[in-house]
Design a protein around this ligand. Structure first.
Ligand code: IMP
Ligand code: MG
Length: 174
């Protein structure tokens, strides 16, 4: 089946919002260092753009996770496919995500990370679909709240493509 992509949030609007978030983080963490953790692969486009607007010493690290399979999906348990390179103990950590949907993956991941004793840990997401939430997740910084639509672009994929679109689009089946 063919599909087309309708623009939901333009490139200009996404970029303006990321700049705003970066400036807010720079104020909120003034005088500190910020350790950004990107959840691969979707979060990478957002994190690199965000980091350019943070006027503080920033370090970055990456993590990759996958669901265990159907049985485990409901419990939200995930397998760490690639763990962080560095310890987060004593660091001010900001987890950077592309989108929060059910919240399952992230709530599990945040529990693991909290047990590693960071000085602080907050969550920043480009997109949030609050209507889809199954597991409560405290989101500290949100770019856009969006309706329950399947979106692509800016890191988000449909069957692994469209991640490189510079805007957020809705996949429409034709
Ligand atoms: P959840 O919050 O545990 O349900 O998982 C969120 C993950 O599902 C995100 O990190 C994305 O990889 C993926 N996801 C959720 N909604 C969308 C969407 O609209 N487009 C593309 N990927 C999505
Ligand atoms: Mg993701």
């Amino acid at each position: 089946m063919a599909e087309r992509i309708d623009v939901l949030i333009s490139k200009e609007a996404v970029e303006a919002k990321i700049k705003e978030l970066g400036e807010q983080l720079s104020r909120d963490y003034a005088g500190r260092r910020l350790h950004l953790i990107c959840v691969l692969k979707g979060g990478v486009f957002f994190m690199t753009e965000l980091s350019k607007h943070i006027s503080l010493p920033v370090t970055i690290d990456f993590m990759s996770v996958s669901s265990y399979g159907d049985e485990m999906v409901s419990s939200g348990r995930v397998k760490i496919v690639k763990d962080l390179d560095e310890s987060i103990e004593g660091k001010d950590v900001l987890v950077v995500e592309d989108i929060i949907d059910s919240g399952r993956t992230l709530s599990y991941l945040l529990d693991i990370l909290k047990s590693r004793k960071p000085a602080s840990m907050k969550l920043c997401t480009l997109l949030d679909k609050p209507d889809r939430r199954v597991t409560e997740v405290e989101v500290d910084y949100t770019g856009f709240q969006i309706p329950d639509e399947f979106v692509v672009g800016y890191g988000l994929d449909y069957k692994q493509i469209y991640r490189n679109l510079p805007y957020i689009g809705i996949v429409v089946q034709e």
